[in-house]
Design a protein around this ligand. Structure first.
Ligand code: NAD
Length: 516
């Protein structure tokens, strides 16, 4: 956690409550200056060949490798996570994504020939080209303090943009590395700049003249504010918001694997993953066995070796409040439900499994973003789908079954941005896989070709010799009306010959115009 005081952000380790370091807050005038510098750098960058973009991106991956342990130490110090999670949930993802962008962007962003398909447009040569947008403003959360801002910055740069990144005020030291990595990789000055601070710095970036698009990753509550402010400036936004992912276990599933997957999905990063498993639904015949297994697994996880702390005192208070309110209205904790009795100094909370949660409990609709999951039984596919879709969020979802046909059938009916079978969350680290939500989880996509398109101006460009007359230009007259009725009926009606005969005069008139 960090505090904003007297122009300084102090970063605190949430596992020990010790200060890790401090950075100066960037004021609004400096945010604007960063955007101007970025705009100047972007003009030059846009005209660089893909080889140069590849050189910089591969350079970032190279520096990441060189500095791997140093970076992991900063991530661990600012988040209090078990060290393995610094490598799995941040560094591995970041390097995979940067490498994929270095390899794949040129192919994805190459101009595409379009076949227009209409008889009267056959003489035109059309293409779609993908141009940079300009300066992208990135606002990032703390939960993947390196992978999120670095992947998004790398996507922006790969598409020919410059970026101003505002990392979370809770992980400013890790955030600062995004600029350093690009700098050490030889990126031009100003191409990737980090500005530091909380809501004020974020707001200044959203409103700064010269920003072409905002990519925001964070809570739905702040996302709404960001989209409103961006809307006032008619500035597009991509919103990567929270989730409340369902996890559907069918009776034919490998139950041991499902229990392990649920424990990881619900408690990794202390539950602070946007695709954290917060709602588990289990088919009736295996419900008791599954819940017994998950509760035992939750109790077996060691704090802090397996499960780190929540990021802040405020976040722990929110988790405690949601659990207390659920229990008040009738829920039971099958595991956890409290701070660890011999609590280390930090903001720890026990991995928690809640059952019998009534529909009106707040936890049913609010994202917990902590190590708490709910479990409930279901009867058949229809009920599983209905329960899974009964949420304001729609980020990820997973289906656990040995029947591939059922997994596909159920997956097709789930309203989510990502659906996984017998696994959870892994595609965040897969280069070509699109990432993003539906419903209250946001809009737009990051990652893969859709992430590159999201940060590009998709431009239609044609070529035409200018020698072919255009029959629908002025002058308008009765015979032209008859002629175009004939064209519509001939091209799209059932009886083409009848259309030709019926509108022959008008068609001849258009033909003459064309030949003149
Ligand atoms: P948050 O919304 O509190 O903050 C996100 C960022 O917004 C921070 O950098 C913060 O300083 C900034 N900010 C705050 N107020 C602002 C304002 N008025 N204008 C501009 N910027 C402002 O979220 P958080 O606590 O950092 O992150 C946790 C949330 O992020 C969870 O809801 C989680 O689900 C979500 N998340 C989503 C994804 C995804 O890919 N969909 C990934 C990771 C996290």
């Amino acid at each position: 956690m960090a505090t904003v005081a007297a122009g300084e952000l102090r970063s605190v380790n949430p596992a020990t409550l010790e200060t890790v370091g401090a950075v100066p807050v960037t004021g609004p005038a400096d945010v604007q200056r960063a955007v101007e510098l970025a705009a100047a750098a972007q003009e030059r960058w846009a005209s660089e060949p893909f080889d140069e973009r590849r050189r910089v991106l591969n350079g970032v991956a190279h520096v990441l490798l060189e500095r791997l342990d140093e970076l992991a130490a900063v991530v661990v110090a600012e988040t209090g996570r078990p060290p393995v999670e610094a490598y799995t949930i941040d560094l591995l993802i970041a390097i995979e994504q940067v490498r994929w962008l270095a390899r794949g962007s040129e192919r994805v962003l190459a101009p595409e020939r379009l076949r227009l398909g209409s008889a009267y447009l056959l003489h035109k040569r059309a293409r779609v080209v993908y141009e940079p947008l300009g300066v992208i403003g990135l606002i990032a959360p703390w939960n993947l303090p390196l992978a999120i801002p670095l992947t998004q910055a790398a996507t922006a740069v790969a598409a020919g943009n410059a970026v101003v990144v505002k990392p979370s005020e809770l992980t400013p030291l890790t955030g600062a590395w995004v600029e350093r990595l690009f700098g050490e990789a030889g990126a031009p000055e100003g191409l990737v700049t980090v500005v530091q601070g909380g809501a004020d710095t974020g707001e200044a970036l959203v409103r700064a003249p010269g920003v072409a698009k905002i990519v925001f990753t964070g809570s739905a509550e702040v996302g709404r504010k960001v989209a409103t402010a961006a809307g006032e400036a008619l500035r597009p936004v991509t919103l990567e918001l929270g989730g409340k992912d369902p996890f559907l276990v069918f009776a034919d599933a490998d139950l041991d694997r499902a229990v392990d997957g649920a424990a990881f999905g619900a408690f990794a990063n202390c539950g602070q993953l946007c695709v954290g498993v917060e709602r588990i639904f289990v088919e009736k015949p295996v419900y008791e066995r599954f819940v017994d297994g998950l509760a035992a697994r939750a109790r077996s996880l060691r704090i802090p070796d397996d499960v780190g702390p929540l990021i802040s005192e405020r976040q722990r208070a929110k988790v405690e409040d949601l659990v207390a309110q659920s229990v008040e209205v009738g829920a039971h904790a099958r595991a956890g439900g409290r701070r660890p009795p011999e609590a280390p100094n930090g903001w720890f909370y026990e991995p928690t499994v809640l059952e019998d949660v009534p529909r009106d409990a707040r936890i049913e609709n609010e994202e917990v973003f902590g190590p708490v999951t709910t479990v409930a039984p279901f009867d058949g596919e229809d009920e599983a789908v209905r329960l899974a879709n009964a949420s304001p969020f729609g980020l990820g979802a997973s289906v656990w079954t040995r029947d591939a046909e059922r997994a596909r059938r159920v997956g097709d009916r789930l309203r989510a941005g990502m659906v996984w079978t017998n696994d959870v969350g892994y595609s965040y680290g897969a280069g070509p896989a699109p990432w993003g939500g539906s419903k209250g989880s946001g809009f737009g996509r990051t990652h893969g070709k859709h992430g590159l398109y999201d940060l590009s101006n998709v431009k239609y460009v044609d070529a035409d010799s200018g020698r072919i007359p255009v029959p629908w230009w002025f002058p308008y007259d009765e015979r032209a009306v008859d002629g175009f009725k004939g064209v519509v009926r001939f091209l799209h009606g059932d009886d083409r010959f009848r259309a030709l005969w019926r509108h022959r005069r008008g068609l001849v008139h258009l033909g003459k115009r064309f030949l003149s």
